[in-house]
Design a protein around this ligand. Structure first.
Ligand code: FEO
Length: 393
């Protein structure tokens, strides 16, 4: 069915209940691809859905109106979870005029050769009849092409990936679902897609705030629609984009014969004794996208690896690669790890952490074979030092 947001405006998207992998990000609660139908003199569709869900979207649209009557498609974002069914849409609704962001031009032509479209920029406005749509360029929420579409007559903002969450629910609105789950997924979404873009997101949000838009509903392209908790998600985005943290340290590691694990456990005990919120995550049991979610508001991180083949344990190399891209903020970091013969892992972690933008407490702690009392004392001291820095930070 289609769900009415406001009189004559409907959610007509798709629910991907069983999605567990979104380009390498684990989506334990599924996802939705939200598109919206506006019934006015010019019937308008805001975004499409991921290609395999096109029929689901069209079936929902058909419950309201004959889809061939759609006059306008607004493509707020070129990524294929929203634009992936544009070719099918153009086949079925060839008369619809397509608007997209100025920065989408190059990609739109490559993805959809020959499909006519018009680009829009901040301040552009189109009339739908009794309502209008204003466009706001919001680069890097989530790609450079991204735009918000705003209906002033309805105080309704279509925010595309912004304020979205990967969560499949039967309720469409924030006051119909468990907010704890929704905020956790909003944070995970931010941590895995947007962290490295925080300075740009912060300035984009400031520019949007300066427009003084009246907003009583935010309809993102993923997850639930905000109408009762708008201040909560706005405040969270300000917190995340400004890099604000709490007194929390995440210990990430992998292990071969439990020596690195013993160091990790000793660090966790020491941090807990110092009153620090602590999270211990073994990489073979915790997906990188869950690790990033835990790091979002953490002040510090320990990363541990045994040395294997004169290198890092593969899962540790993987998380370093991921963190180098996402750059989870200026947090304190330290390395630890065990070795039998050559012992490169700790130095490699230090180098990787610096590349990812961390403030690294060098040289870290190495333990040969199994940690002895001196090595355990060294790791305790390192944990205590980080705990004090976090407490005083
Ligand atoms: Fe939901 Fe950046 O696409």
């Amino acid at each position: 069915m289609a769900v009415e947001l406001k009189k004559g405006i409907y959610w007509v998207g798709a629910i991907d209940w069983n999605l567990r992998d979104f380009h390498g990000y684990v989506t334990g609660r599924g996802a939705t691809y939200n598109s919206y139908l506006i019934i006015d003199e010019k019937i308008t569709l805001i975004d499409t859905v991921k290609a395999p869900f096109y029929n689901e979207m069209m079936s929902r649209i058909s419950k309201v109106i004959d889809p061939s009557k759609i006059n306008i498609l607004i493509s707020n974002h070129l990524e294929l979870d929203h634009s992936g069914s544009i070719l099918q849409f153009v086949r079925d609704c060839p008369q619809a005029k397509i608007y997209t962001g100025k920065m989408a031009e190059k990609g739109f032509k490559k993805y959809f050769p020959g499909v006519p479209f018009e680009t829009v920029k901040t301040g552009d406005r189109i009339s739908l009849g009794s309502r209008s749509i204003e466009f706001i360029e919001t680069p890097m929420i989530h790609w450079p092409d991204s735009i918000f579409s705003y209906i002033p007559e309805e105080a309704l903002l279509f925010s595309m990936d912004g304020f979205g969450q990967h969560i499949a629910t039967s309720g469409r609105f924030d006051d119909e679902v468990d907010m704890h789950d929704v905020m956790a997924e909003a944070g995970k979404y931010y941590a895995n897609l947007l962290t490295h873009l925080s300075p740009l997101i912060s300035s984009t949000l400031k520019k949007v705030a300066e427009l003084n838009l009246t907003i009583d509903m935010i309809a993102p392209s993923h997850g639930i629609i905000w109408r009762s908790n708008i201040p909560a998600i706005m405040e969270a985005y300000q917190r995340w984009s400004s890099g604000r943290t709490k007194k929390k340290i995440v210990i990430i590691y992998d292990t071969m014969w439990e020596s690195t694990e013993q160091l990790a456990g000793t660090i966790a005990d020491t941090l807990t004794e110092h009153g620090i919120e602590t999270k211990l995550m073994k990489l073979r049991e915790n997906h990188r996208s869950d690790v990033m979610a835990e790091l979002l508001e953490a002040s510090g991180v320990f990363l541990g690896s045994p040395t294997i083949h004169r290198n890092l344990f593969p899962t540790v190399a993987d998380i370093l690669c991921y963190m180098r891209g996402l750059k989870p903020g200026k947090k304190i970091a330290a390395a630890f790890g065990s070795y039998g013969w050559s012992g490169e892992s700790v130095d490699l972690i230090n180098a990787g952490l610096k590349e990812a933008g961390f403030d690294v407490m060098e040289p870290g702690v190495k333990a040969m074979f199994a940690p002895d009392e001196n090595e355990l004392a060294a790791v305790r001291n390192l944990a205590a030092s980080m705990a004090e820095r976090v407490k005083n930070g």
